[in-house]
Design a protein around this ligand. Structure first.
Ligand code: SF4
Ligand code: SF4
Length: 357
């Protein structure tokens, strides 16, 4: 089955009833790939995203129309290698642990097999090495190869790291954060297109910020829809959101705004004439593993969209995406590489003052 252009994220359902209605509406709308995980919406062993997905799709009208994907991680969700936490699918370091977590997912989903299995939240080469070591994650997943059809990887790594992951030749899809104000990983799209690797774009509305201005919300989704091999992953939380995405999909054929015009208009909506960071990622890598573009996307939301909550979101996500802006030593390397010639030392200083306050 070919992937639909818009795919379904299973991480934002309020309860079982909403999950079942939303998932079925999304499949009826033609969205045919559903991404879940052991930790999404987890209230208990019985009530969680995987079991709700099972209830929604184990039905003669639905199972054959949807690709199911779940996953587990050798890491701790951030950049480390955590302890084994099977209920959430983290710290899966041995083939035995992989089998335990994979079987747990099958049992919650009430399925014999899944279509996709993902190496999850793997952001660094060290985490990849851990997954690929003898007796580790990969060996376990290969021992269960009768239980899945395709492998993918889900990562917040930088473009070079992602390329190294994909060069292993093991993965058919890569799931990465990508949106109109966090474009740090756009540079891998060409590589993926050449290699026939599908790019699943998570975080399309930047944690919901972009959805707060209707025109920006539309631009955010249409921006992702405009790439040939990008599949926006939307964490639908209700049927109305499904209907909105279907409308976007159905009207893409009439959409005439160019890519550059969309970027320009999104900046206008962010109400700034300042030359702002577009999160293009060209300033990477940073010797302190800071993802300047990702960090400054929170700063931009706070400063230009006047969203106070960007500060809390930034603090909560300090483990992710190289957001430790406080580790900056002001070496100037990023500024020397920025194609927008941003006064980055001043901007990083101000961002540090604002975001950690
Ligand atoms: S100035 Fe800061 S963010 Fe930029 S490369 Fe140096 S340490 Fe990294
Ligand atoms: S600081 Fe410059 S190079 Fe770095 S992500 Fe932002 S716009 Fe791109």
């Amino acid at each position: 089955m070919e992937l639909s252009k818009i795919v379904i994220g299973g991480m934002r359902f309020a309860d079982r009833e909403v999950a079942v209605a939303t998932i079925r509406a999304a499949i009826d709308a033609g969205f045919n790939y559903l991404d879940t995980s052991p930790c999404y919406c987890r209230e208990s062993e019985e009530e969680n995203s995987e079991s709700w997905v099972g209830t929604a799709v184990n039905h003669p009208d639905y199972r054959d129309r949807v690709i199911i994907s779940t996953k587990c991680a050798p890491g701790d969700g951030g950049f480390g290698l955590g302890e084994f936490k099977p209920e959430g699918g983290f710290g899966v370091r041995s083939s035995q642990q992989l089998k335990q977590v994979f079987n747990q997912s099958l049992s919650r989903l009430n399925m014999d097999r899944v279509d996709f299995y993902h190496l999850w939240t793997t952001h660094t080469l060290e985490q990849l090495e851990e997954a690929m070591k003898p007796g580790g994650w990969y060996e376990g997943v290969m021992e269960m190869s009768d239980k899945w059809d395709h492998l993918g990887v889900t990562t917040h790594g930088n473009p070079d790291t992602i390329t190294a992951f994909l060069e292993t030749g093991k993965f058919e899809t890569v799931t990465i954060p990508l949106n109109i104000i966090n474009r740090t990983r756009e540079s891998i799209l060409k590589y993926c297109l050449k290699k026939g690797i599908k790019v699943i774009a998570m975080n399309p509305f930047s944690g919901g910020f972009l959805a707060q201005i209707p025109e920006l919300k539309e631009l955010a989704l249409r921006y992702l829809m405009s790439f040939e091999n990008v599949y926006p992953l939307i964490g639908f939380s209700n049927v109305e959101e499904v209907e909105y995405a279907k409308w976007i999909q159905d009207t893409m054929k009439d959409w005439t705004m160019s890519f550059d015009e969309m970027i320009k208009r999104s900046k206008e909506l962010l109400k700034t004439d300042d030359n702002t960071c577009t999160s293009c990622g060209y300033c990477q890598p940073c010797p302190n593993d800071i993802n300047v573009g990702a960090s400054l996307s929170y700063y931009n939301i706070y400063k230009y969209m006047h969203q106070e909550s960007a500060k809390a979101a930034f603090k909560e996500k300090q483990w992710e995406d190289g957001l430790r802006l406080d580790k900056c030593t002001y070496c100037g390397l990023c500024a020397s590489r920025c194609p927008n010639h941003l006064p980055l030392m001043d901007i990083i200083k101000e961002a540090n003052e604002i975001l950690y306050k």
